[in-house]
Design a protein around this ligand. Structure first.
Ligand SMILES: *[C@@H]1O[C@H](CO)[C@@H](O)[C@H](O)[C@H]1NC(C)=O
Ligand SMILES: *[C@@H]1O[C@H](CO)[C@@H](O)[C@H](O)[C@H]1NC(C)=O
Ligand SMILES: *[C@@H]1O[C@H](CO)[C@@H](O)[C@H](O)[C@H]1NC(C)=O
Ligand SMILES: [Ca+2]
Length: 483
């Protein structure tokens, strides 16, 4: 902008012979002031968008205009250089934490040692050379002495993009604790640091165990049991099938904000032996059908909440409710344990719940979920089943059935055995009485919240097409996926 004003003024002053002396000298002064200002501002920084003048996205003045800095390579050393000009120390911020870049980027790929007098002395891609979009503004938070963690509400306001990729060439991973368990540490810029425990689940732990060739994740822990070190990575989110932790999404790497507490960090226990349920999609497709059932046959099911809300409303309002019918989508759900360890319920036996109506113990709060989604992905009907009781219903040839629900028997699914819920079992359905005829997605998932550790989770759910008409239902095209 100043560039333009300057050009226009220079141009006009050359043509302004008709201006009088006073006007000419005034204009010359003004131009001189602009030139001085440019000289004076060259290389200066300002911080924009923060709560005060010591934090914000960094803008640098060069060649007559202010420009932003892209956050690629922007790290602690760069923040040090920037905050030094305010006689403070500081931390870097990324991904436009203080808002989008409001000007073009002047600098990108800034790599500082930390001892430079100015960011212009750091290595960078060249003035104005950048392929960053406006959401990648680099910033700093400068502080006196101790660096205070970034307040949570700042982060919430400026959701940090979850799409950074860790540079694998300069990073490594290790466990500190035992040979196949411990806190997870990451190496970066010369030191090892820990991972923020918030949101650390069995899916992230699975990626760690595979990454280190230690098999499968048995437990994901948020603990100080294995000690702790400075946290350098936060917001890790894995699908659970990764063979490398560094390809998972994360929010911050380097200087991070982590509301975890009491020195707790992310830790894992890995094992070579785990169960692995494989949901049988053909059994679902083959057996799914509609069944109209009078409500007097569904009293047990009502007690266990296996019907949709309208059934309970009818029970309240209609004296002859027993003779109303419900339309059920029934199907067989069968899962084969293809792992190398038994699948056991996570609740110890003394915590199993006795269900009077069905006369057996429930060993898992929720073992399977069934959902019907409309085209927009909205859930319009659901059924969930407390693990009716886990047992070996059928086994591959040569394998002996071990688990049975009878007589408070031990529950579980042996290797190469299947736990089968036949379509004619009570509650093995979705109540579709209120579902209009149409085209839907039908989702079935076993061990949906990964409460029991498995070798993999991408074979625990099926996503199928569902056609419902006035008279029949068809389920087809099932694909395996993660719950
Ligand atoms: C920083 O400190 C130095 C020496 O103590 C002082 O000369 C300078 O004015 C200070 N700068 C700012 C921005 O406070
Ligand atoms: C993991 O699963 C996702 C789908 O959830 C898939 O897109 C991806 O390719 C899988 N990754 C690996 C490494 O298998
Ligand atoms: C389970 O079946 C697979 C394939 O049939 C076989 O390789 C494996 O040895 C069996 N495992 C056990 C424990 O029987
Ligand atoms: Ca599985």
């Amino acid at each position: 902008m100043y560039n333009k004003i300057l050009l226009v003024l220079l141009f006009q002053s050359a043509l302004s012979r008709d201006l009088d002396e006073a006007q000419r000298s005034e204009r010359a002064n003004f131009i001189q002031k602009l030139i001085n200002r440019r000289k004076h501002l060259e290389g200066k920084l300002k911080l924009v968008g923060g709560a005060n003048e010591f934090e914000g996205n960094v803008y640098i003045y060069h060649a007559g205009r202010w420009g932003a800095i892209c956050d690629d390579s922007w790290d602690h050393a760069a923040a040090l250089v920037v905050c030094k000009s305010y006689n403070k120390s500081g931390v870097p911020t990324h991904g436009g934490q203080f808002g989008e870049a409001r000007r073009k980027y002047w600098m990108d790929d800034v790599e500082c040692e930390g001892n430079e007098e100015s960011v212009t002395q750091c290595i960078f891609s060249g003035w104005g050379s950048s392929d960053c979009d406006s959401g990648e503004a680099a910033g700093v938070i400068c502080r006196d002495k101790e660096v205070v963690p970034i307040p949570l509400d700042v982060k919430k306001k400026n959701k940090i993009a979850l799409h950074r990729v860790i540079d694998m060439r300069r990073t490594s991973l290790r466990l500190v604790g035992g040979s196949n368990e411990g806190r997870v540490e990451i190496y970066q810029h010369g030191f090892w640091g820990s991972i923020c425990p918030d949101g650390w689940t069995i899916y992230e732990a699975s990626a760690v165990c595979r990454h280190l060739a230690l098999g499968y994740a048995e437990q994901a822990l948020q603990t100080d049991y294995f000690g702790s070190s400075r946290i350098v990575l936060s917001g890790v989110q894995c699908e659970g099938n990764e063979t490398n932790l560094f390809i998972c999404k994360h929010s911050e790497f380097g200087e991070v904000e982590c509301p975890g507490k009491n020195g707790h960090v992310a830790a894992v226990v890995c094992t070579q032996h785990l169960a692995d349920l494989l949901l049988d999609t053909t059994a679902i497709e083959r057996t799914a059908h509609l069944h109209d059932v009078p409500m007097y046959q569904l009293q047990c099911a009502m007690e266990e909440n296996c019907l949709s809300k309208s059934a309970y409303e009818i029970q309240q309002s209609n004296a002859n409710w027993q003779f109303e019918t419900r339309r059920l989508l029934r199907f067989t759900a069968s899962s084969l344990n293809i792992g190398n360890a038994e699948f056991r319920p996570y609740l110890p036996k003394h915590l199993w719940q006795w269900h009077l109506c069905h006369m057996h113990y429930h060993s898992m709060e929720v073992f399977a979920t069934f959902d019907i989604l409309d085209e927009a992905g909205t859930r319009i009907a659901e059924g969930h089943k407390a693990s009716f009781c886990l047992e070996d219903n059928t086994c591959l040839p040569g394998i002996e059935r071990k688990y049975s629900c009878k007589n408070y028997g031990d529950q579980g699914v042996s290797v190469n055995c299947s736990d089968v819920y036949h379509y004619n079992i009570d509650c093995q359905w979705v109540d579709v009485t209120d579902v209009e005829p149409g085209q839907y997605t039908f989702k079935v998932a076993v061990n949906p919240h990964a409460r029991v550790a498995e070798q993999q989770y991408h074979n625990n759910a099926a996503s199928c097409s569902l056609t419902i008409t006035d008279t029949y239902a068809a389920v087809y095209g099932c694909r395996l996926e993660r719950p």
